[in-house]
Design a protein around this ligand. Sequence first.
Ligand SMILES: Cc1cc2nc3c(=O)[nH]c(=O)nc-3n(C[C@H](O)[C@H](O)[C@H](O)COP(=O)(O)OP(=O)(O)OC[C@H]3O[C@@H](n4cnc5c(N)ncnc54)[C@H](O)[C@@H]3O)c2cc1C
Length: 383
Amino acid sequence: MDFNLSDDIQAIADTVRRYANEKLLPKYQHWDKSGEFPHDMYKDMGQMGFFSSLAGSQYGGSELGALAHGVITYEVARGDFNAAYPVLLCGGLSLLLENLAPDHIKDEWIPQVLAAEKLLGFCLTEPGSGSDAAGLITRAELEGDEWVITGEKASISMVMEADALLVFAKTKQDDGSTGVSLFFVPTDSEGFSRSPYDDMGHKAIKRGSASFQGVRIPKENLLGTQGRGFPEAMKLFDIARVLLTLMCVGAAEISIEETGNYIKERKAFGKPIGKFQGVQFPLVEAHSHVELIKLYCYRTLWLRDQGLSHTKEASICKAMGQRFCIDAIYTCMQLHGHYGYTSDFPFEQRLRDTIGIEFADGTSQVQKMVVARELFGREVLAY
Ligand SMILES: Cc1cc2nc3c(=O)[nH]c(=O)nc-3n(C[C@H](O)[C@H](O)[C@H](O)COP(=O)(O)OP(=O)(O)OC[C@H]3O[C@@H](n4cnc5c(N)ncnc54)[C@H](O)[C@@H]3O)c2cc1C
């Protein structure tokens, strides 16, 4: 068993670490306070190849694989948790396009997404359905050479910046997940509108709702097989759960490092607080949990790169990992005393940002349902 990263992956990890330390970390809190999307930083990351690991070389991808993409996501998140969201979405959704889109969409869009010239979003959740994703009611009807899409989507990450959305809609009514198909919908289509949410975190990248009122798209914008939208997209998307967890790992790890420095400086009872075991031990526990999760995430991505099953592992990463990371950041905030509670320090923001990951791509209950299904079989499912 070799736990070393390959030379290629290590080289890109070093590049991303430098960029994150110099450019991302110093402005992490600025973007939260201004609420602006950091366009320049996003462009930099695309041009430096941060979105490209999963994509084929014919589209400008590096084909370094899932582990490489995870390492980049984690390194970016050490600097700026929210900056890792475009890494996740641009990389992951390009992969969906590469596998499911017709050639003309792949050729036009993937190179532009990888170069940060176009941004994609993913529309599954609706006002009336989240965990029960098959309960969606957005519909797509074929009229001549066009699909007509009608419905509302809720809680879509980066929807305000997206140039196109991958949208799940029912093509066959009252048929559960088997009647759901996936569509490619440019956001300049007539009948499309969107509006932002006022979230507790993710202020710079934002979430929001998307409305499709009789939006017409060409027949060829169906992605994959009609009625197979769920199995085809979700199989490719286990990776997202690991990447979301690695975003939390990055935020937790940098918090632990910052706190390690602080406890050597801050004095109480005549000595640095780091001399007290009551201060050291919670930080040691936080580090241990985060390190265990990071290794498990890397192993899960390695399984994927070997073409091995990793559905159960991906859900374990997300169900357990995010909780450990939030606890670690909370510990760091607490060890900074009253300063930790101010927005002068990044811990309160990191808490707000990482808590959002509890919901994205399925809550911890939903992840545990997946793990139970994979461990014990479909007969333990309640539906
Ligand atoms: C930061 C963030 C980013 C997101 N990004 C996107 C995105 O880009 N695209 C997108 O489509 N969606 C996105 N979402 C939405 C996300 O996928 C949903 O919030 C999630 O699937 C849960 O659905 P819900 O919020 O409707 O909760 P509900 O399904 O209403 O669940 C409410 C509560 O009940 C629990 N629950 C439900 N059913 C069960 C059950 N059978 N057993 C036990 N507990 C259960 C849930 O775990 C939860 O705690 C995002 C959400 C957040 C917060």
